[in-house]
Design a protein around this ligand. Structure first.
Ligand SMILES: C[S@@+](CC[C@H](N)C(=O)[O-])C[C@H]1O[C@@H](n2cnc3c(N)ncnc32)[C@H](O)[C@@H]1O
Length: 278
């Protein structure tokens, strides 16, 4: 895992062709501002995500035109602009006002200024709760600082981080930028899908009583049917979709607040009502 020092250390390598070329294409003729890879940022320096990895990040988040993407620390705007070119509404929050101006010019040059918007702000003082996709390329400790806010976002929201992890919150998937990308550093991204809050006791009617303990998207617990306490297997959440196996039967359901609507083995339906939240 890269540290703050390593992030600075790889900047020299990152100064190679791609970022400089991108910065030039972003420059409107009227501007002389030209960012430098490794330049100081408020909480982390600017290093751009390689275009091939941005494409993979958007692919792994399975973005659609209905999504609203927010890039936290949007740099020269490349992730936001790439998303807007796919038809999404996308927004960048960036502390450096010159980078914000550069990003706005780039969005206009690319013909996506209506869908790609930018604001000068501190990500730690911004409300990005309406995002359905959050992208970030920050640092491990900054990700950890954001983690409680991210975990409180709407279940199913996708969070994609270039390189850096979220402490003990394991990603749902990881991807490399790919062999043809010619990438030497920061070539891996991780996806987390915000899980619904499922911990507690649920009344499943004639299916019994479900007790769940939750660690991020991982679940464990028991389904009690009469005097039998059946341990759950393969219990997990993907957004608000809950799945587990009990007594050889596969339970799948959709959790909405205090209710789960589910099916057993794809057949008979069950309803879960929350009795308490553990
Ligand atoms: C490593 S760069 C990533 C840029 C862009 N997201 C990308 O992937 O190409 C991090 C960016 O975060 C910005 N930044 C640092 N601290 C910030 C803060 N507190 N609020 C907003 N932006 C910040 C920096 O100026 C820099 O542009």
């Amino acid at each position: 895992m890269f540290t703050r020092r390593q992030l600075a250390g790889v900047c020299a390598a990152a100064l190679l062709a791609t970022p400089a070329a991108w910065a030039q294409t972003l420059e409107a003729p009227a501007s002389t501002y030209s960012p430098t890879v490794g330049q100081q940022g408020k909480d982390v320096i600017w290093v751009p995500t390689q275009q091939a990895l941005i494409d993979r990040m958007l692919d792994m988040a399975e973005v659609t035109q209905q999504d609203y993407l927010v890039d936290l620390g949007s740099g020269d705007g490349r992730t936001v602009i790439t998303a807007a070119k796919r038809g999404l509404r996308a927004h960048g929050i960036e502390y450096n006002p010159d980078m914000v101006a550069l990003s706005k010019r780039a969005a206009a040059n690319e013909g996506v200024a209506e869908r790609a918007t930018f604001e000068q702000a501190d990500i730690f003082e911004s409300d990005f709760s309406k995002a359905s996709v959050v992208t970030l390329f920050l640092l491990p400790d900054l990700n950890l600082k954001l983690r409680p806010t991210l975990l409180d976002m709407k279940p199913g929201t996708r969070v994609v981080s270039n390189s850096f992890m979220m402490g003990d919150w394991q990603p749902d998937a990881s991807v490399e930028s790919g062999p043809t990308a010619n990438c030497s550093s920061f070539c891996r991204a991780h996806l987390w899908i915000i899980p619904a809050k499922a911990a507690g006791v649920w009344d499943l009617g004639n299916q019994g009583q479900l007790e769940l303990k939750q660690t991020y998207q991982a679940l464990e617990g028991t389904l009690t049917q009469g005097s039998r306490a059946i341990p759950l297997q393969d219990a997990k959440l993907k957004g608000n979709e809950i799945t587990f196996v009990a007594d050889g039967k596969r339970y799948a359901g959709t959790l909405e607040g205090t209710r789960i609507n589910g099916r057993v083995d794809g057949g008979s339906s069950w309803i879960g009502s929350r009795k308490n939240s553990g």
